[in-house]
Design a protein around this ligand. Structure first.
Ligand code: BGP
Length: 479
């Protein structure tokens, strides 16, 4: 028996800057991803100092070609539809549509690509979920006005979002305003196009950028609904489930503090105002934000659904001796003081695997907001081996998904209203944190390595046939 409601949305998610390549084609200009080398060649430093990185010539830029989705999309959509996807989450590259600031008209050549892609995906039976900004504030904004530090980005964003809302009014029903909006605190370049190199008060700048994005997000909700009242427009955070290391109240308090850093964003987007704890945090840090007249009113327009990505969980402690065992590689711990969890194993990249954490997160978010939720990303980055006859036996990925889908079903049984589930990277693509190809998430293998060698030919993995079966049974058959 299926735990999933009829019409549940099953699919996968990609992002323009990790999928398309063609980084300067048809009038596109650069995105932050396009100035970065991979991890082994200075990605971390470049992420921290993007303006400096822009003036530096690296040997290889993974995103410039990526998996060449710009020229393979037809074949890719057919492969995705072949699994029975009824939704495809994708993003639209801002710098393809508005390659320069202050443009009155969008770049038609850039839009033409998405026109065709969306038309074909709909023809193949897929709903579309568009992420308007997936770590993709154009480089022109980074250079000109330090990205979202400047509120001029609100109008630039609304021009971009409005163009998409009008253009795809009848083809696209689901929208996310910003990918993992809470990540701007940890990945300021990806999240908000910020260079904080000489910034005397980076915390203030990040929260100013956050404010500007929250206003832009709320105004986009208003604008979108005025164009099509049926639009479903959602928020999104990187959802991290954190546990207290011990029953010591200080540890529990530390978890609450850490979770609020992320909840701050959907608290505003789904409830329509700044939570008191955020106001206190800003006061305590002597941060006085530039809040224009009308901003607080604008924030009142809330999202239709709350979405999140889910990969991992963390464990938090205040005890300095235990902190010494920090799991540096874990997704959750790299953004906080999280330590090892003795009950859980981790991926090849050290990301702790915790399916029950997904159920907990779903329940938490639904309890907190009482709005439908959507799991916008979930997946396993792993080292795959392709056999001579073009097969990938990725039983570990099947195990990962089976366990997470089971927990998702249980959360729905708990009472959570969940609209859908888009796995991350249904096709192998460039990793955002490392720039690698070898960190593969897909049900579809792409012949391309970390140095850009390969034919870009696509091969289906064992997990492809498995997910197809899951979708066909509406989640009942996960064996
Ligand atoms: C999320 C991003 C995605 C995706 C994913 C996996 O944070 O929204 O764009 O890349 O993480 O991360 P990575 O590619 O670093 O393995």
């Amino acid at each position: 028996m299926s735990n999933f409601p009829d019409g549940f949305l099953w699919g996968g998610a990609t992002a323009a800057n990790q999928y398309e390549g063609a980084y300067l084609e048809d009038g596109k200009t650069m995105s932050p991803m396009d100035i970065l080398p991979d991890l082994a060649h200075g990605r971390k430093e470049a992420l921290d100092h993007p303006i400096h990185a822009l003036g530096h010539l690296y040997d290889f830029y993974p995103s410039h070609t990526s998996i060449d989705g710009y020229h393979h999309w037809k074949e890719d959509l057919e492969l995705l539809a072949g699994m029975g996807f009824n939704i495809y989450r994708m993003s639209i590259s801002w710098s393809r549509i508005f390659p320069r600031p202050d443009m009155d008209q969008p770049n038609e050549a850039g839009l033409a690509y998405y026109d065709e892609l969306i038309r074909r995906a709909r023809e193949l039976g897929m709903q579309i979920l568009v992420t308007i900004n997936h770590f993709d504030t154009p480089m022109w904004a980074v250079k000109r006005n330090n990205g979202w530090a400047d509120r001029c980005m609100i109008d630039e964003y609304l021009k971009f979002a409005g163009t998409l809302f009008k253009r795809y009014k009848n083809q696209v029903r689901y929208w996310i305003t910003f990918n993992e909006i809470n990540m701007l605190l940890h990945y300021p370049l990806f999240g908000a196009g910020l260079d904080l190199t000489n910034d005397p008060n980076p915390t203030r700048t990040k929260y100013q950028a956050a404010h500007n994005q929250l206003v832009a997000s709320a105004k986009a909700v208003t604008l979108g609904h005025s164009i099509n009242p049926r639009f479903m427009i959602g928020s999104m955070i990187a959802g991290i489930c954190n546990y207290a290391y011990s029953s010591c109240p200080d540890d529990v308090l530390a978890v609450q503090r850490t979770m609020r850093e992320s909840y701050f964003f959907p608290d505003v987007q789904a409830r329509g105002s700044y939570p008191l704890y955020a106001q206190r945090f800003l006061e305590k840090n002597n941060i006085c934000l530039d809040i224009a007249e009308g901003d607080i009113d604008a924030l009142r327009d809330t999202v239709d659904f709350v979405s999140f990505s889910y990969y991992s969980s963390g464990v938090i402690t205040c005890d300095p001796r235990i902190k010494a065992h920090k799991t540096s590689a874990n997704f959750a711990s790299s953004f906080s003081d999280a330590v090892d969890n003795p009950y859980l194993s981790a991926s090849d990249w050290g990301w702790v695997i915790d399916p029950v954490g997904l159920r907990i997160t779903m329940n938490e978010l639904y309890d907190r907001y009482n709005k439908p939720i959507f799991i916008a990303e979930n997946g396993l980055g792993a080292k795959d081996i392709i056999t001579d006859d073009g097969k990938v036996h990725d039983s570990y990925r099947i195990d990962y998904y089976r366990d997470h889908i089971e927990q998702m079903g249980l959360a729905i049984q708990d009472g959570v209203e969940c609209l859908g589930y888009t796995t991350w990277g249904p096709i192998d693509l460039i990793s955002v944190s490392t720039g690698q190809m070898s960190k593969r998430y897909g049900f579809i293998y792409v012949d391309r390595d970390d140095n850009g060698n390969g034919t870009n030919e696509r091969f289906i993995k064992d997990s492809y046939l498995w997910y197809k079966k899951v979708i066909a049974s509406n989640g009942a058959d996960i064996a």
